[in-house]
Design a protein around this ligand. Structure first.
Ligand code: ADP
Length: 615
């Protein structure tokens, strides 16, 4: 990209979006688009994928529209509302619009007034799609961006058959470049996207999967309600999601929260469509703070200020966990993701998958990955990033239970370690994790009786240690290369050289466990993130939040379409008093300043105790 183009891009970014610079890979993705080169862009949730196709539609050569294929009407609506608020001409064609609106959109297209057109895959390749595509062809399509492109892949977790037919885009618009966007991290999905969309020598841009603003914590489930209450205490009045493994649990937790005066609503596939829609809208429009849901709740959740995601049980893979927990903190501000799990969750998954015939080797491996994340004692950010085959280069993330030193160090780690290692040795190094745990906890299972293992001197030696904690120790010893888990269908535990040394007391060992909650002790509210709240006038922030809510209600859009939380924080930090100062605020471009500036400045004046501006 030449220097001139760069300055045009930056001006456009500042004018329309109110942002000062690009996020990682946005510049490269925009360059590929402007050069008319196919691309696959993989960025984590909140990484700023939309801008990669929205901005080129504004600055690219005239003539022709940018087509955006998006799977959900709610997602589309949010993006179009946001663009229009920023002064960009965009429209969405889907089954919910009126004939009058449709006519207006076509007229805008004919006269080259519409820069970006959002469509569902059904509209494009479903019934009547052919005529529609012919119509678009006569008007010219500059590029087509396929959002949530992992839906095209069977390996993805949200496969949608109609996405497969998007391959037709290539035939119908041979001159238009195709761009695929997803947050799904696996290579297999990426390759499938390239093959299915028949991309030509695409620019493949894969960002870092790390989400540094998310604080990850894992706790074994000891008393679910009490543990949820502790998290909510840290996030009074903020938005969050509680994911449960069953519909029944969703109902019971939602009822319990409502009874405690929280604005919580249930969401699962067993509720009528209409109820689900109502609950989702209430959450998006900030009439509800907490969504208690099964995994049915997810795609299309664009609310950017979700400050916590609680998992009341372990999901079936790290991919799922990353997707679901990743809905927190899209605005880049601090948010908390906490996993409350029990080893029974994994047994339950195995049973459920077996029953549905889905317990393949891959499914087992995915489940084991999740199990190791839960039981592991190392940096959670590192574990997640490395799981997706990326290097993690920081020594500490300062944003997980491990790096924040919330785990308790075991005083007599060597003795504990020796109890475990000697059991592995006594079992002939031929048994898996489950069996070793059973022997240490003194459980007389069939396999234990058959092997006569109740006669071992270590049988029942750790009967007072909870299963999850014990498994956590085994994982830690594996991590520290004292134990080795063999590959294959039935992995067994063996001692390494270091393990043998530790048995003789000749190796250093450290072991950690999750803190056990002290009954009756209330959770401490952590100090707000100093970087993101520094200098922010909290009273003014609340006043601006109220103002945002009123504007959103009056305009029939969700509040985060009006302003993101980071814009409100920046306003409450800088406290601008003039229109010119407003333009320095994060997320306020020329159009927003003109449109909402007077209202915002009045709130700030009012908060200072000054009279409103009569103009
Ligand atoms: P994704 O689709 O990748 O999950 P979005 O496109 O929704 O992410 O962007 C996430 C948030 O980041 C949005 O609020 C968006 O406006 C903001 N954003 C995008 N690009 C930038 C940028 N260059 N500077 C600041 N904020 C940005």
């Amino acid at each position: 990209m030449t220097e001139i183009e760069e300055s045009v891009l930056l001006d456009t970014l500042a004018n329309y979006w109110g942002y000062r610079g690009f996020r990682p890979l946005q510049r490269e993705a925009i360059a590929a688009n402007l050069q008319g080169r196919d691309s696959v862009v993989v960025l984590p949730t909140g990484g700023g994928k939309s801008l990669c196709f929205q901005l080129p539609a504004l600055v690219g050569p005239g003539g022709g529209v940018g087509l955006v294929v998006s799977p959900l009407i709610s997602l589309m609506k949010d993006q179009v509302d946001g663009l229009v608020e920023n002064g960009v001409s965009a429209a969405a064609l889907n089954a919910t619009i009126t004939p009058t609106e449709r006519r207006r959109i076509y007229a805008d297209l004919d006269e080259g007034r519409c820069r970006l057109l959002y469509v569902t895959p059904e509209r494009l390749v479903g019934e009547g799609g052919e005529a529609f595509r012919a119509r678009l062809r006569t008007r010219g399509v500059r590029f087509a961006a396929v959002d949530e492109a992992h839906c095209i892949s069977q390996w993805g977790h949200e496969f949608r058959p109609e996405y497969r037919q998007l391959a037709r885009l290539r035939d119908d618009f041979p001159d238009a470049a195709l761009h695929a966007f997803t947050a799904t991290a696996t290579r297999r999905v990426r390759e499938d996207i390239i093959a299915q969309l028949a991309l030509r020598d695409p620019e493949v841009l894969v960002g870092s999967f790390d989400r540094p603003n998310l604080v990850y914590r894992v706790r074994t489930r000891t008393g679910l309600k009490d543990q949820i209450r502790r998290v909510l205490d840290r996030h009074a009045g903020e938005a969050g999601i509680v994911y449960c493994l069953s519909r029944r649990e969703v109902e019971s937790i939602a009822e319990w929260l409502e009874s405690r005066s929280h604005r919580a609503l249930p969401y699962h596939a067993g509720l009528p469509d209409e109820t689900r829609r109502r609950h989702q809208d209430a959450f998006l429009e900030e009439r509800a703070d907490i969504m208690v849901a099964t995994v049915a709740f997810g795609m299309g959740i664009d609310r950017s200020n979700i400050r916590y995601v609680i998992h009341a049980g372990a999901p079936r893979s790290i991919e799922h966990y990353q997707q679901e927990s990743g809905r927190a903190g899209r605005d880049g501000l601090e948010a908390e993701c906490i996993l409350l799990y029990s080893v029974a969750d994994f047994a339950r998954w195995r049973q459920m998958l077996e029953k549905s015939g889905e317990l393949s080797k891959t499914a087992r491996q995915l489940l084991t990955g999740m199990e190791r994340y839960a039981g592991g004692a190392r940096c959670r950010h590192r574990t997640l990033v490395e799981y997706f085959d990326q290097p993690y280069t920081r020594d500490t993330c300062d944003a997980c239970d491990w790096c924040l030193k919330e785990l308790e160090r075991i005083d007599d780690a060597l003795v504990l370690c020796q109890k475990i290692l000697s059991t592995v040795a006594r079992l002939g190094q031929r048994r898996g994790v489950g069996h070793v745990v059973d022997v240490l906890r003194g459980r007389t299972t069939d396999a234990v009786s058959k092997g006569g293992h109740q006669a071992l001197s270590t049988f029942g030696l750790l009967s007072d240690v909870p299963i999850a904690e014990l498994r956590g120790y085994l994982d830690q010893l594996t991590e520290q290369h004292l134990l080795l888990r063999t590959a294959g269908e039935y992995p067994v535990l063996q001692l390494t050289e270091r393990g043998v040394a530790a048995l003789k007391g000749q190796a250093a060992v450290e072991l950690y466990r999750q803190p056990r909650p002290v009954p009756g002790q209330r959770a401490r509210r952590p100090a707000p993130d100093p970087a993101t709240w520094e200098g922010v006038d909290r009273g003014l922030f609340d006043a601006l939040r109220q103002c945002r809510l009123e504007v959103a209600r009056a305009r029939g859009v969700p509040p985060y379409v009006v302003f993101h939380d980071n814009t409100l924080r920046d306003l409450a930090r800088r406290r601008p008093t003039t229109a010119a100062e407003l333009l320095h605020v994060y997320g306020i471009g020329a159009r927003k300043a003109e449109d909402l500036g007077p209202i915002v400045l009045n709130v700030i004046r009012d908060h200072r105790g000054e009279p409103p501006d009569p103009g």
